[in-house]
Design a protein. Sequence first.
Length: 258
Amino acid sequence: MISYVAVVAAALAGAFLSFFCGFGLGTLLLPAFMLFFPAHVAIAATAVVHMANNVFKLFLVGKHAHWPTIKSFGLASVVGAVAGAWSLQSIASMGLSFDFELLGHVFQTDTIRLVIAVIIISFALLEVSPALDHIALSGRWLPLGGLISGFFGGLSGHQGALRSAFLMRSGLSKDAFMGTRVVCACLVDVSRISVYAASIAAGWSSLRMDLLTIATIAAFVGAWQGNKLIKKTELPLLNKIIAIALVVFAVGFGVGII
């Protein structure tokens, strides 16, 4: 019973938050699955639910996607995601990490996490800076943004944070921002999962289909509720929510809590 509650709560909250922040489902669901599955099985389960939820969100908001942005940003994200996922495979075999103690607790992190955290915080600070309220990324920078966000998405698995950081400065309307973000998320998911295929296949036989099914349904409900509420949220407020969430996520990710 505890396993069901933990997985459902993580899937609901993560999918709901992902509509506002562009990330959250994988961040919350992977630790929940790891309470009951070996790591490779948890990765497989999270990947399946994450992809299914992005496809569901595609039906909810995909029609608003801005296709010129997807061509420049999304396709570059695919290239970056594949490169990042392959890099992850190489780095994982090296086992580079270090431990540190903070407030009596021992945490484990690595250079990659710290670099990603610094990048994300930098974009979040840009978002809350009044001097940059009217600055948008020109089209020529979108492919670079897609490449960078896709690379770190394939590398860390937390692909939504940097994507939101770039796209919220691309001059899109709220609806176009939401739709474009979801389409790009699906593209990155397909790309990185294709590289992770061996790990997913290794864990597939050990998956509990009951937990997988209920997590997917809970994620659908969370996404549906998030879509309803975000329609009432003004774009400036949405940007501030994303900026705050980016900082919280970056700090937690950088020190190894997330």
